[in-house]
Design a protein around this ligand. Structure first.
Ligand SMILES: NC(=O)c1ccc[n+]([C@@H]2O[C@H](COP(=O)([O-])OP(=O)(O)OC[C@H]3O[C@@H](n4cnc5c(N)ncnc54)[C@H](OP(=O)(O)O)[C@@H]3O)[C@@H](O)[C@H]2O)c1
Length: 316
């Protein structure tokens, strides 16, 4: 079957490590099912994999991709939950494309319990945006950020997949949302989503109760300075460096919580799917590429110029 996979690692030029070609049909252990992938979406994780972060050389070649929506063997439209229990992983689970083959292929095998029904109102391309970036943003806001008790939220690096999800969800939940982006055009689009768009580092008109951090070193000091007493600074990524300088005096004086999180649970994904279906919330999509254009889709994500999710339509 056709697939997009990592055949090597290249830290300087991750796109050079991407191969598009034939791979064997997925292995299907007992209690696993094979899904016909209709759509998938790219995550920064796929670029990290091509750089050799989180993926070991003995696992190559590895089909990339964490997110998918498709059709199960019984003909049901499904969304794939991407974490698979993995006794060999210190976290107890690994995300598709780390130990188990990923979703950038005609078919992907996953444990039967990883399938959730796709709400009828969501297209395959929209549903394929939700399992990683949107699930991460949903958990950052709800379970970890306790956004119910918040008035205001700050989202850093707002052009990214997780960040645009956080903006849309926080606005839908009725919060005052501030979002930073380095790019003027992205700031304009963020404003159209209902957030107040700011340049990185800009002083906010008020302190916020929840900060959504995926950028890291470049924005962390601003996240601390923007936090109200008792605020939660929720961290799920560090695209621009994972060793920021942290002003600990501010952390204890303001009684801040710095909370790490990764992905979310199947129940949280089910709740997110319900929320999107019931409230007519749709993911922010940068562009949809046919699977035959997968290399261009990777180049788009790598450019750093994206606004929202880069999606692959596997039917073309
Ligand atoms: N732990 C988890 O479960 C989990 C899940 C999903 C993602 N992540 C991580 O979260 C991060 C974001 O993922 P994503 O898929 O949303 O990535 P993405 O779509 O590539 O977005 C990255 C965003 O970060 C901002 N950025 C990058 N470099 C920056 C810099 N030097 N200064 C300021 N902003 C910068 C950019 O925002 P602007 O251009 O708007 O400034 C960019 O749009 C990645 O590190 C990813 O690995 C973790």
């Amino acid at each position: 079957m056709r697939a997009a996979f990592a055949s090597a690692f290249n830290d300087d030029d991750p796109l050079a490590a991407l191969t598009v070609g034939d791979r064997p049909e997925p292995e299907q252990p007992d209690d696993w099912v094979t899904v016909e992938v209709r759509a998938s979406s790219l995550n920064h994780h796929d670029l990290w994999s091509l750089r050799g972060v989180g993926l070991s050389a003995e696992r190559l070649p590895m089909i990339l991709g964490c997110d998918a929506a498709g059709v199960d063997p019984a003909g049901n439209d499904v969304v794939v939950y991407p974490l698979v229990a993995d006794p060999g992983d210190p976290r107890g689970a690994s995300i598709l494309s780390e130990h188990y083959q990923g979703t950038f292929a005609e078919r992907v095998a996953v444990p039967r319990g990883n399938l959730l029904p796709k709400p009828a109102g969501l297209s395959f391309t929209d549903a394929a945006c939700l399992p990683t970036a949107w699930l991460t943003a949903y958990r950052m806001l709800t379970t970890k950020g306790r956004v119910d008790s918040a008035d205001a939220v700050l989202v850093q690096g707002a052009g990214g997949g997780v960040a645009t999800a956080a903006v849309v969800l926080a606005v839908a939940l009725g919060k005052r949302v501030y979002a930073t982006s380095r790019d003027a055009a992205k700031r304009e689009r963020i404003a159209q989503l209902g957030a107040t768009a700011l340049e990185p580092g800009a002083r906010l008109p008020e302190r916020v109760d929840v900060v959504i951090e995926t950028v890291g070193a470049a924005t962390f000091d601003h996240s601390l300075k923007s936090a109200a007493p008792g605020a939660r600074i929720v961290v799920s990524g560090a695209t621009a460096g994972h060793e920021p300088k942290v002003n600990l005096r501010r952390v204890f004086a303001m009684q801040l919580e710095i909370v790490g999180t990764s992905m979310g649970t199947p129940d949280e994904l089910a709740a997110l799917l319900r929320l999107c279906a019931e409230r007519d919330i749709r993911p922010v999509v940068d562009d949809v590429y046919g699977f035959s254009e997968v290399t261009a889709a990777f180049a788009r994500l790598h450019s750093g110029d994206v606004f929202g999710k880069v999606v692959l339509d596997h039917t073309r």
